[in-house]
Design a protein around this ligand. Structure first.
Ligand SMILES: [Zn+2]
Length: 146
């Protein structure tokens, strides 16, 4: 039997030469290596946080504003360009891939004007408004689509 020492983590008697505690599996000694590894890990974590923060903020903001989490619900510039006057709401809905939100609805003398807003994929606040008169596109406008 060799010499024994106490594991500083779990206080179990373990062989003095053990580099890993057989009881709690923690690495003993080689602190310098562990600290280097740990600081590298922290550094990577900070780096990742900064990168994802810079790139993720826009989508996060967009989510917070529009309340949608599914990216396919956003309208893109490409989809916007496909919308043409005379199209029905169903056709536009198919192009964008989502229902959009009714932002205005007026009906008088048998003419029904509905403005539907789709949130854009661009910067926070980007969107497209499509005006339907009697279920036909009569006007469209967009802000900040990509
Ligand atoms: Zn231990």
């Amino acid at each position: 039997m060799g010499e024994f020492k106490k594991c500083k983590y779990c206080q179990t008697d373990i062989p003095k030469k053990a580099k890993v505690c057989p009881n709690c599996r923690r690495t003993l000694k080689s602190h310098g290596c562990l600290i280097a590894l740990l600081s590298f890990f922290v550094f990577v974590c900070i780096g990742m946080a900064v990168i994802s923060g810079a790139f993720g903020q826009n989508k996060f903001m967009q989510k917070a504003i529009s309340g949608t989490s599914d990216e396919s619900e956003y309208i893109t510039m490409e989809e916007y360009n496909l919308i043409d006057t005379g199209m029905s709401y169903d056709e536009v809905k198919e192009i964008v891939g989502s229902d959009g939100e009714v932002s205005s609805q007026v009906e008088s003398n048998g003419i029904k004007i509905v403005i539907i807003t789709w949130y854009g994929n661009g910067l926070a606040g980007s969107n497209a408004n499509v005006t339907f008169t009697n279920n036909e596109v009569t006007a469209k406008a967009q802000v900040g689509l990509q």
